[in-house]
Design a protein around this ligand. Structure first.
Ligand SMILES: Cc1cc2nc3c(=O)[nH]c(=O)nc-3n(C[C@H](O)[C@H](O)[C@H](O)COP(=O)(O)OP(=O)(O)OC[C@H]3O[C@@H](n4cnc5c(N)ncnc54)[C@H](O)[C@@H]3O)c2cc1C
Length: 288
């Protein structure tokens, strides 16, 4: 289908984009890679009066190490993430996760900022952000505020982002040396969203788990931080018994929407399985 008519603006700076967003009001939409927004417009689920294309704002794209963090511009594409030597070295979990997103065509245009902002529980970056303990820089008419990923996702297509704000940067603390990581995603075919997926970042202390973050994709209206499962693993080895208990605790917070990928029981069971596999893979990569 063809989208409804709209104005098109392509500001060259973040300040101009914020001003335009304020001037044009809530009927205007930000355009990043367009791989979620344009399909919605073509189906007429969205009919913004104006699009503000962020693609010409160079300052919004790039990856840099700053102190103990990696800073990523919101307009950095999935392909940029996959090509980054810095990320491969410091944040391999993010690279592994980005490789699971869609297909090469989508990854050349789709951006990390768009993936986070869309608020779609099927998107992979939100759970990766929870596992990586990321923060988001939101820029609006009153300046910048920095919010934690944990608590940012409020519901289906709903986040803490205000209508006059732009997600400008993602900040991720560099995990301790020797951390293990894994993103395990079940999907039916290339280009599909997750039936269920689990992101894990952990540190081993000898044979036991010293620190662990577990986050779940597409098993509720928002990505989920599996805090009870994390707590159950601390100070314990990765064994069949602990994996079963942690998988059970992760499954206990799932509330997935049945669809063509399966019913709620199947998706919940697959979340348990992805959690088991992600923990095993992360532990195998960790250096005590
Ligand atoms: C065939 C197909 C398969 C896909 N599979 C997956 C998958 O497996 N996993 C996955 O995670 N995603 C998947 N996607 C979605 C894809 O990753 C999108 O690119 C992503 O969801 C949105 O990023 P975008 O840059 O395209 O944003 P856009 O589509 O341009 O924007 C999405 C929404 O975010 C808002 N927005 C964008 N940038 C900002 C910003 N900086 N600040 C505030 N608001 C902003 C827009 O206004 C819009 O509402 C798939 C898409 C397609 C078409």
């Amino acid at each position: 289908m063809i989208p409804a008519g709209f104005e098109y603006h392509a500001p060259r700076s973040l300040a101009d984009a914020v001003k335009l967003l304020g001037d044009l009001g809530p009927d205007a939409k930000l355009l990043a890679g367009g791989h979620s927004l344009l399909p919605m417009m073509k189906l007429r689920f969205a009919a913004p009066s104006a699009l503000i294309d962020l693609g010409k704002i160079a300052a919004l794209r790039g990856i840099a190490e700053v102190g103990g963090e990696v800073h990523i511009g919101a307009m950095t594409t999935e392909a940029d993430l996959l090509r980054s030597a810095l990320l491969a070295d410091k944040l391999p979990l993010l690279v592994e996760g980005a490789g699971w997103i869609a297909d090469p065509q989508v990854r050349y245009k789709g951006t990390i900022g768009g993936d986070i902002s869309h608020g779609d529980p099927g998107n992979d970056h939100p759970a990766l952000m929870l596992a990586l303990d990321a923060s988001f820089v939101l820029t609006g008419p009153k300046g910048e505020r920095v919010v934690k990923a944990d608590g940012y996702f409020l519901g289906l297509y709903s986040t803490q982002l205000e209508p006059d704000e732009i997600l400008s940067q993602i900040r991720i603390p560099i995990p301790a040396a020797g951390s293990g990581w894994s993103y395990q995603k079940l999907k039916r075919k290339t280009g599909d969203f997750a039936t269920a997926a689990t992101a894990v970042l952990l540190q081993m202390k000898g044979a036991s788990v010293g620190k662990v973050n577990i986050a779940l994709t597409n098993v509720a209206a928002t990505p989920l931080k599996a805090t009870a499962a994390e707590a159950a693993l601390l100070g314990r080895p990765i064994s069949d018994a602990t994996l079963n208990e942690v998988a059970r605790l992760a499954m206990s917070i799932c509330d997935p929407t049945p669809d063509q990928r399966g019913d709620a029981d199947y998706k919940t069971a697959m979340c348990g399985e992805m959690t088991r596999r992600a923990l095993q893979a992360a532990a195998a990569r960790a250096k005590p």
